[in-house]
Ligand binder design. Structure first.
Ligand SMILES: [Ca+2]
Length: 202
């Protein structure tokens, strides 16, 4: 009986903490699936499928690259990739991504003034490295864009910026209203059950 109650409680907790999710859709660049070992130019892909937008500012070719089944974006110098996301709950959010090469990243907010804040320049890296940003305060109901650009201006000296695993997630998971209600109802039921058991024992 105790085991069952513990399992129910764990399940309810899981249901209530769904807000830790990544707000960025296709931050892994793994959809659509391009053939293993190949690459596809971003301009030839459907942006609605990729869920990313693209500004072409340079003469290079921005690509979606498949490396042994894992896909990543390779941004050519002068180009910018961006994606939109919306925030349901106001709070502090962390940014995370993996990169290789050199460039910058930044956020724009629909209700910010100015809309674009100064970008953050990445310390150039010859190998894949993980980067974090934030925490940044985002407002529930607002929409944002996260963007990444490649540049060769010294000391940002690589010709491309490779990008993978982009995430924006709440610092402290906030129970979603439905999850929270479910958890409270569940806890009430658990309390009723244990009270009945205590009465039976007495
Ligand atoms: Ca990937």
């Amino acid at each position: 009986m105790r085991k069952t109650l513990t399992a129910i409680a764990a399940g309810l907790l899981l249901a209530a903490t769904g807000a830790h999710a990544n707000l960025v859709t296709n931050g892994t660049f793994d959809s659509p699936d391009i053939s293993t070992g190949s690459f596809s130019t971003v301009t030839s892909l459907s942006f609605s499928d990729l869920n990313w937008g693209f500004y072409s500012g340079g003469s290079g070719v921005t690509k979606l690259v498949d490396n042994g089944g894992n896909q990543f974006a390779q941004i050519a110098s002068g180009d910018i990739l961006y994606t939109s996301f919306s925030v349901a709950t106001s709070g502090q959010y962390n940014i995370g991504f993996d990169f290789q090469g050199s460039g910058l990243w930044g956020l724009t907010g629909s209700s910010w003034s100015p809309e674009v804040v100064a970008p953050t320049y990445l310390t150039p890296s010859a190998g894949w490295t993980s980067a974090t940003g934030g925490p940044v305060a985002l407002v529930g109901g607002d929409s944002y864009k996260i963007y990444f650009g490649s540049m060769v201006t010294p000391p940002q000296f690589y010709s491309t910026l490779s990008l993978d695993n982009v995430s924006v997630s709440a610092v402290t998971p906030v129970p979603e209203p439905e999850g929270y209600a479910m958890m409270m109802a569940g806890l009430g039921a658990l309390g009723l059950m244990s009270r009945r058991r205590m009465r039976k024992a007495a």
